[in-house]
Design a binder for this molecule. Structure first.
Ligand code: GLC
Length: 524
């Protein structure tokens, strides 16, 4: 939200800016947007700490500007889903202010309060940002629970009134015309009421056994789902923090979340064809008919994949290959702004410029553990999610056309040629390649929602055949350094819909090449 386009020129992205850029999405062929939280927030964690669920943060504009944005998006056939944080509120939220004010306050139980155990926190649960998940409150002598920052206080979903209040929040935004939600850390809503310690291994790594995926969570998800789906044509995308695809898959499908992210694919730290292929296969094996895989490699929580995966010299090539995969394999693709022009990571050389709480916390913990400032900065950059949060690069001016004043966050060092204006007219730019893929995806049911007839790998080439509505397409993507022969299924093919390098086929797929071949059907 804060980094896409700054309409009122204060250095922070806003609804005015987003509205002005709607034609860009149309031009590119995007038909749905997911916005990170835009509600009033002290922004300790990029807006994932909401202090008023019913208002637009003044940095992002007014309610009227939000409504105008939705209206204009819908006019262009673009759907908008809102990121909603149901797990926790900001410590600045009035509910929490009431809860903390007095142990006998009716809202005390809206949050999770526990007594100390022998002068210590109630248990060993760790915050996902590091350190204890319990914060002591001197006045009452109790601790409150926060799975993330201490300014993000977990709601007690066992409390009926708190739960009801959150359902009212959902209704409010659905009535405003939002097309659905991306539900933040949705498998965290319930914690184990025995409050037992989480297991810790010999390397001091904690397994989050009792603070997520707890009994009753799926019933709660079903309630949320049936509530949201009373409103027609709404979609719920869930962020389910789990590495277990079998666990993930219990959260989606009929009466549950419509889609859940598979981070085993999306957030792999380094490039690995085998892992990518294994995940594509696994999603196919595990998912039931009513479940769709997700296809993404970047987000506001992880480094950009072009920086993460791109071996030196072939960054753009790899970005194009991955775009081919995301936009043609089976599933719902999520593209992260700026990836379509190949934007790079923002790495800080000065800790005072770092905005992300996860990075700053890592820095503070490193210093507290006796590390030097240089070492702490390295560790902070490793954790920092600023990497992918720099301003969108629209042109090659000083502030990249994002704003006319200095933006709230810095730009990456590598910026030259990486902007919309320059790439729009270059036929072989990353942007043009994305545009072409999106166009093909829209035109061809086999690419858009086809089922796999075949999903294979030969060396480092992933290839598959997908079909729908009498159309059959073959996609071949050679991620490796060795040429691979055309698979037998593609021998007779001459009809090439897309090729990223050579426009002809000679029975081989060269390193870094991708092809989309037309096997059968009425070609549009
Ligand atoms: C989700 C968000 C992340 C946020 C966290 C806590 O993982 O994607 O940005 O920090 O939830 O709300």
């Amino acid at each position: 939200m804060p980094s896409f386009a700054d309409g009122n020129k204060d250095g922070i992205g806003d609804f005015k800016g987003l509205t002005e850029k709607l034609d860009y999405f149309t031009h590119l062929g995007i038909d749905g947007l997911w916005l990170t939280p835009f509600y009033t927030s002290p922004k300790v964690d990029n807006g994932y700490d909401i202090s008023d669920y019913y208002a637009i943060d003044p940095d992002y504009g007014t309610m009227a500007e939000f409504e105008f944005f939705i209206e204009q998006a819908h006019k262009r056939g673009i759907k908008v889903i809102a990121d909603l944080v149901l797990n926790h509120t900001s410590s600045e939220h009035k509910w929490f202010k009431e809860s903390i004010s007095d142990p006998h306050h009716p809202k005390r139980d809206w949050y999770i309060w526990r007594d100390p155990v022998e002068g210590n926190p109630p248990n060993n649960w760790e915050s996902f940002f590091g350190g204890s998940a319990w914060e002591f409150n001197e006045e009452s002598g109790q601790y409150y629970y926060h799975a993330f920052a201490k300014e993000q206080v977990d709601i007690n979903w066992a409390n009926k009134e708190a739960k009801h209040a959150m359902f009212e929040v959902m209704a409010f935004w659905l009535n405003k015309g939002i097309d659905g939600f991306r539900l933040d850390v949705i498998n965290f809503l319930k914690v184990n009421d025995t409050f037992k310690n989480n297991p810790v291994d010999e390397n001091n790594q904690q397994t989050h056994l009792y603070d997520k995926d707890q009994a009753g969570i799926l019933e709660l998800i079903e309630e949320i789902s049936s509530f949201v789906h009373q409103f027609p044509d709404k979609v719920i995308v869930g962020e389910v923090g789990s590495e277990e695809i079998d666990v993930l898959s219990t959260y989606s499908g009929k009466n549950k979340l419509d889609i859940v992210f598979n981070f085993n694919l999306g957030s792999i730290p380094t490039f690995h064809v085998d892992t990518i292929f294994k995940q594509l296969r696994k999603m196919e094996d595990v998912h039931h008919e009513d479940q769709l895989p997700t296809l993404f490699f970047s987000s506001h929580d992880m480094p950009r994949h072009i920086s993460r995966f791109g071996d030196e010299g072939i960054e753009e090539e790899r970005a194009k290959l991955l775009a081919t995969l995301m936009l043609t394999a089976k599933g719902v693709p999520f593209l992260y702004y700026g990836d379509e022009i190949g934007m790079r990571d923002l790495v800080h050389h000065d800790i005072s410029l770092m905005k992300d709480i996860q990075g700053v916390t890592a820095y503070d913990l490193a210093i507290a553990a006796g590390k030097s400032k240089e070492e702490a900065l390295v560790m902070a950059n490793e954790k920092s999610r600023d990497k992918s949060r720099s301003p969108m690069q629209w042109d090659n001016s000083e502030y990249s056309g994002f704003s006319t004043v200095k933006p709230w966050i810095a730009f990456p060092e590598i910026r030259e040629g990486i902007n919309v204006k320059e790439q729009l007219n270059q036929f072989d730019s990353v942007l043009s390649y994305y545009k072409k893929l999106l166009e093909l995806r829209r035109m061809h049911p086999a690419l858009h929602h086809g089922e796999y007839e075949l999903l294979e790998k030969n060396g480092d080439m992933i290839y598959f055949i997908k079909s729908a509505k009498g159309e059959r397409m073959m996609v071949l993507i050679n991620f490796g350094e060795i040429e691979v022969p055309f698979p037998s299924e593609a021998h007779s093919v001459t009809d090439i819909l897309l090729a990223n390098k050579r426009k002809n086929v000679d029975g081989t797929i060269q390193p870094g090449e991708a092809f989309i071949l037309y096997l059968e059907g009425d070609k549009a």
